[in-house]
Ligand binder design. Structure first.
Ligand code: DHB
Ligand code: FE
Length: 280
């Protein structure tokens, strides 16, 4: 029987994402002059927008309440990763020539169990979704295989929910750290994820609905590929023809990141994708 507590909620996935993020206590050595220059530009841009749109006191007060609500629901990781992270990612990988990156999103979990090059991701005995064999090779810019590489993979289940962030999915499901073989190759068996819907019952969802937008991301695999002396790439792969591939709420799809799986006679989908890493 499904109880109310087992239903994923915005407050539940938001709180889990915030707890995970806050536990890391990130910091930078941004100098005060750079901080001041950025803050000045942000405030000036905001001032211009207020002026251009003639923003009213009631609108200002609603904004204040909404900002408070996003924090109380723990949804800042969700909101920022959907609407802002794609710009950060583009700047971070300027001039980079290996595999294209994409946003990390709020649902990465570090230190997932190590799996051999040919493996099946942890899944429930009755895991729903089309079986998918995702295979390929990790190489450097010159085409040399990178046998020391690891591929961290995580993705939603066939209902669009992520383990560790939705109470109805057991921890560890559809996540792993795959160690490639001596030729840099891997073959990971999993199931096709469903499109992901930003939780609609919290302040990020209210914001999207009030604006008349939609809350969907196309189905995607998350990958973080690492190798000694190479630049780590964080990316996502999408499925050709899938819903929302052309209209991702998080603006994180790139044409180079679209998979074209083929189904075998048993209904198992197969797709190859190679990763190319820049020097560190
Ligand atoms: C969000 C969720 C995702 O699965 C993702 O890949 C990016 C963003 C989010 O809810 O913010
Ligand atoms: Fe995701």
């Amino acid at each position: 029987m499904t109880t109310l507590e087992q239903q994923p909620t915005a407050a539940g996935s938001g709180a889990a994402a915030t707890a995970k993020f806050a536990a890391a206590r990130v910091s930078t050595d941004t100098p005060p002059e750079r901080l001041a220059a950025i803050a000045t530009d942000v405030l000036q841009a905001l001032g211009r927008i207020i002026d251009d749109h003639g923003i009213t006191y009631p609108e200002y007060r609603v904004l204040k309440q909404w900002l408070i609500d996003v924090g109380e629901y723990g949804e800042w990781p969700l909101w920022l990763d959907v609407f802002v992270e794609h710009n950060i990612e583009e700047v971070a990988y300027r001039g980079h020539s290996g595999t294209k990156g994409s946003i990390e999103g709020p649902y990465y979990v570090a230190d997932t169990p190590r799996l051999p090059a040919v493996s099946t991701l942890p899944m429930r005995t009755d895991e729903q979704g089309t079986p998918l064999v995702f295979a390929g090779q990790v190489r450097d810019l010159e085409g040399a295989p990178l046998p020391g590489a690891t591929i961290e993979i995580w993705h939603a289940d066939a209902q669009g929910y992520y383990s560790h962030f939705a109470p109805n999915v057991p921890d560890g499901i559809l996540r792993g750290t795959v160690e490639v073989d001596e030729q840099g190759r891997f073959a990971i068996t999993t199931v096709r994820p469903a499109p992901y819907q930003i939780p609609t019952d919290g302040p990020t969802g209210w914001f999207i609905e009030k604006a008349g937008w939609h809350p969907w991301r196309p189905a995607h695999l998350h990958l973080m590929v690492k190798a000694p002396d190479k630049r780590t790439i964080t990316t996502q792969l999408y499925f050709v023809g899938g819903d929302w591939v052309d209209d991702d709420v998080a603006s994180a799809v790139k044409p180079e990141l679209i998979l074209r799986p083929t189904a075998d006679t048993d209904g198992v989908e197969h797709v190859d994708y190679d990763f190319v890493l820049d020097p560190a």
